[in-house]
Design a protein around this ligand. Structure first.
Ligand code: ADP
Length: 197
């Protein structure tokens, strides 16, 4: 059965917390479209589009791509959706992005429903990212150019400064809940789903 009820999930958490993997499973099990801005931007870089050429140095440095670019991308993605069933992974990352998203969603009559915040201690985050790079290399896969230790550390810093204010924004909306991100994939997944009830 196709699901006809709007559902919007905004997944928050620092780089390396495991958002991508959990968002993927949630999308599959709840009939949601996963919108991962990191994946979209990396795809542009890979295809060497005009946007890709513009953002490549920003991604490589672990800095944030300008808000207007992100909002245009998300506006295009949401445009024309009859039913809005989406999970955002890696977006919004700044307060202007969150406010821009609120406006877009308001126009569609589909407000944010759930905001899980995945929490993992800082020292584990860098370890996970560096390990992810190591495993990809061992499998002969390409390693993300920003998964080196210094750039990963910079991404954590950017998260603390730019993205943490979003916690207050969504807490004020009453949709935010904290999820302990330490444990097995299944345990963490159960906590995320449990928090939606
Ligand atoms: P991670 O969460 O591990 O840092 P992502 O795949 O979410 O990885 O993002 C990778 C990079 O893509 C970021 O460091 C940034 O350069 C860019 N990016 C992704 N999403 C956004 C966004 N919402 N705003 C600005 N830049 C973004």
């Amino acid at each position: 059965m196709t699901q006809t009820e709007n559902k919007v999930v905004v997944f928050l958490g620092p780089p390396g917390a495991g958002k991508g993997t959990q968002a993927e499973r949630l999308a599959a099990e709840q009939g949601l479209t996963k919108i991962s801005t990191g994946d979209i931007l990396r795809d542009h870089v890979k295809r060497d589009t005009e946007l890709g050429q513009q953002v490549r140095p920003i991604l490589d440095a672990g800095k944030l791509v300008p808000d207007d670019i992100l909002l245009a991308l998300i506006g295009d993605t949401l445009a024309g959706m009859q039913t809005v069933r989406v999970i955002f992974d890696g977006f919004p990352r700044t307060l202007p992005q969150a406010e821009g998203l609120d406006t877009l969603l308001e126009e569609l009559g589909a407000p944010v429903n759930h905001v899980p915040l995945l929490e993992v201690p800082d020292e584990l985050l860098i370890e996970r990212i560096v390990e992810r790079g190591r495993q990809a290399a061992a499998r002969g896969e390409s390693v993300r150019s920003d998964d080196t230790e210094p750039v990963a550390r910079h991404r954590q810093e950017v998260y603390r400064v730019q993205t943490q204010p979003l916690i207050d924004h969504y807490a004020a909306g009453g949709n935010l809940y904290h999820v302990d991100g330490v444990g097995s994939m299944d345990e963490v997944y159960r906590r995320i789903v449990e928090g939606m009830k």
